[in-house]
Write a protein that binds this ligand. Sequence first.
Ligand code: PEP
Length: 255
Amino acid sequence: MANRTPLIAGNWKLNKTTAEAVALATEIKSGADAAGSDVDVLVSPVFTVLAAVAKALAGSKVFLAGQNMHSELSGAYTGEIAPTMLTDVGCSHVILGHSERRQYFGETDEGVAKKTKVALDNGLLPISCVGETLEEREGGKTMDVVGRQVDAILKAVSADEATKVVIAYEPVWAIGTGKVATPEQAQEVHAFVRKRVGDVHGPAVADAVRILYGGSVKPDNVKGLMALPDVDGALVGGASLKADSFLKLVHFDKQ
Ligand code: PEP
């Protein structure tokens, strides 16, 4: 890896009441702060507990992210949340275009690209997700699909802005299934994504952009994934819901 600080990000999805979320955040805070400054740590709880988790994390190194946002800042959009509302409660980041958002809520490449730009315009660092389904992989379409998704995001932002975007490569077939991509599969797509960043915004931006792997990352496979030259961190679902397993990922070098 070049000079890219690894990022270990926990996506809590639709889990945790306020008390449970605060308890988990409090445990993560003490374990993550012990990791020092050589790894960035982030948690992404549901909207309703963000303020309480922000309070629990105050003064720590753990970043806070929303799991989604709307591209408009206000108006008649029942059920939506604005980027400025996320920063208002203490979020520094936002996850965009997670495959579950694409699959169940109709999010499109264009919509994710627009949200990526709007997040940056409003002081949020986007973690924009891409990844192919099993059918697409088996049909030999992985690079076409990921290339299309990445291009949409890259074309919505300037070169300077692109350095602030975190791209998460999450093969859909590996999310929540226990099937992790092999190191060869992960590295192949990560290198492809980085090349694509270089094609659109130049080699310096390609070198700076962090590309996370997501899909059944666990304490027993994190070290191998993190050793890959183009893997700069992990976006984690299941293993982020318990402090013990998440902190093992944060301390991936000791696994
Ligand atoms: C995710 O939801 O982003 C994810 C990677 O989930 P899991 O780690 O459970 O596969």
